[in-house]
Design a protein. Structure first.
Length: 299
């Protein structure tokens, strides 16, 4: 097709095998769109195309992805608000005829498989490395491993007792993202049964604030434009198995946080917080001594 349709916050470039969506930058553009930058959507990733009236003198051209085709939309699981849906192009009502033309053209290019779920991801996931601050810790993903480093100001005693966490994508089966736009939002890593870790994980039915495989969101912590691309990137890596598997841990291994030099003031503050937990009876003397030794080893 080779044509361009410019809307509000985005421009769609129609190509022979895909639609290239370029998102605008600016204070009025949804932050998720700015974080995504641009996305190429193969025709085979689409289920249907609709054109409907929008708000305040606009029309909406909506390309609806097939289930299973886009890791971003799979991670979102229907929780995105309309204004943050990257598949909706909002245009002034006077462009309705033009939008209808391009919608018909795009609809004619849909593949016979459009009505069935995709067997694999057809849209590229956001690229690592990615990181964001949740309420109780910092989440990082380097393309192979997801790491959670707990904040003493927000993490529960259960997470402090478990220590900072690191998961190779080969240990994971998926992700569960609950939007920070609703109460009790979180990102939980779903682990494989009988995974590659040297110790059994806690039950994944646990509350997210008690689960070391989850970070919880709060006001200003883990916003959609940071946590959702992160979740989609992890999900994409998990499903494609793009990273090499980790070295298997010996059966007698004891989980030890990855060694790294840290700020002495940060270590001191974490030890002080552990002391507070011990005084409150939330950790035992043995747990305090063992965790303190781990933290001092990071200096």
């Amino acid at each position: 097709m080779g044509d361009v349709l410019a809307g509000i916050h985005a421009t769609w470039e129609f190509e022979s095998d895909s639609v290239l969506i370029r998102f605008e930058r600016g204070i009025r553009t949804p932050k998720l769109f700015q974080a995504l930058g641009e996305r190429r959507i193969p025709h085979e990733a689409l289920a249907s195309v609709t054109l409907t009236p929008g708000k305040r003198g606009t029309v909406v051209l909506h390309a609806i992805p097939r289930p299973g085709a886009d890791p971003l939309m799979e991670a979102a699981a229907g929780q995105l608000r309309d204004g943050s849906d990257p598949y909706r192009l909002v245009l002034p009502a006077e462009r309705e005829t033009l939008a209808e033309y391009y919608g018909d053209e795009l609809r004619a290019l849909l593949t016979p498989e459009a009505k069935v779920p995709a067997e694999k991801f057809l849209v590229a996931a956001p690229q690592a490395p990615l990181h964001f601050k949740a309420y109780d810790g910092k989440a990082s993903f380097d393309g192979s491993r997801v790491s959670f480093r707990w904040f003493w100001t927000g993490a529960s005693s259960a997470k402090w007792k478990a220590g900072d966490q690191s998961f190779h994508i080969q240990e994971l089966n998926g992700v569960e993202w609950r939007s920070p736009d609703v109460f009790d939002g979180y990102l939980r890593l779903l682990r494989r049964d009988g995974g590659l870790t040297a110790f059994p994980p806690p039950p994944q039915s646990a509350q997210a604030d008690q689960d070391p495989a989850a970070v919880v969101f709060g006001l200003g912590y883990g916003p959609v434009h940071e946590s959702l691309p992160f979740a989609a990137a992890v999900l994409g890596a998990v499903r494609t198995g793009s990273a090499a598997p980790p070295d298997p841990a010996p059966a007698h291994a004891v989980p030890v946080p990855v060694a790294a030099r840290r700020d002495p003031a940060d270590i001191a503050e974490r030890i002080r917080h552990l002391g507070d937990l011990r005084e409150a009876g939330l950790v035992t003397d043995e747990e305090f001594t063992a965790k303190k030794a781990e933290l001092l080893a990071e200096l």
